[in-house]
Design a binder for this molecule. Sequence first.
Ligand SMILES: [Zn+2]
Length: 285
Amino acid sequence: MEAALIDAAGAILASGRMAARKGGDKIAEDTVSIVRQVPGVRFDEVRSAGIGIPGLVHRDTGRVENVVNLGVEALELGERVSDELGLPVWVDNDVNAAALGACGTLPAPLRYGRMAFVNLGTGLAAGFVHGGIVERGGTGVLGEIGHLPVDPNRIACQCGQRGCLETACPGGDIRRMWAVANPPLPDILAKAAAGDSDAARVRGIVMHALADVVQIVVQTTAPSVIVIGSGVSRAGFPLLDALRGELRRRESSSGFIRRLKLVERLRLSDPSTPIGAIGAALIAC
Ligand SMILES: [Zn+2]
């Protein structure tokens, strides 16, 4: 759980993190305490709070449902936190919050254009920002690319399909293929670079899926920039390098792919910047 205090211009004044505890009551309590702690003596100056959380979020009421990883079936998160803090509170989807936060870290011209954010945590989903505003679509399913069944390895997915993109991505089912390290991706990349053939095979599967993700996002939404973030961005340069290698391989046999400029558009978010918290704060501004 991360929190950031920002000013009206979006500058980060303070930030902090704490381990998330499971269960609705603990999540509500911890949210209240981190929102109090991070501003410290400046809490009196805080005018509103924004929360980004996975699961089904009802933005109009602040109710969240089915937050599987945190053991929540239903929670009136917005109302409880608002009552405790005495502040207006906005609750939104965590991927949308991270997308907005990542957009805010881009250089000025890109920040005002069209950007896509790929959240590679325990799952896989994308968020889209255009002109500084989160794009939401009409039904709440926009960006749920993790459950596109395209991967040729056809691993069973928790959603009931086979071969979903998410099954080949580093946060989730890749652990079945590479259980020796947690997180697995840096280990896979390091061993593959050192010549381990098993690691190279798994790297191939992951990079194929990630390159598919980049293509799907770019070819359906035409962003100027695509930012990959969350847990996996800690794999840093080796990840970017391997993914660019796969994209260049695709470019080498296709003029169509070359014209998409995938390699140039691709960035990793800086893992030291709490983009989810910044984005949640921006939503509440
Ligand atoms: Zn699936």
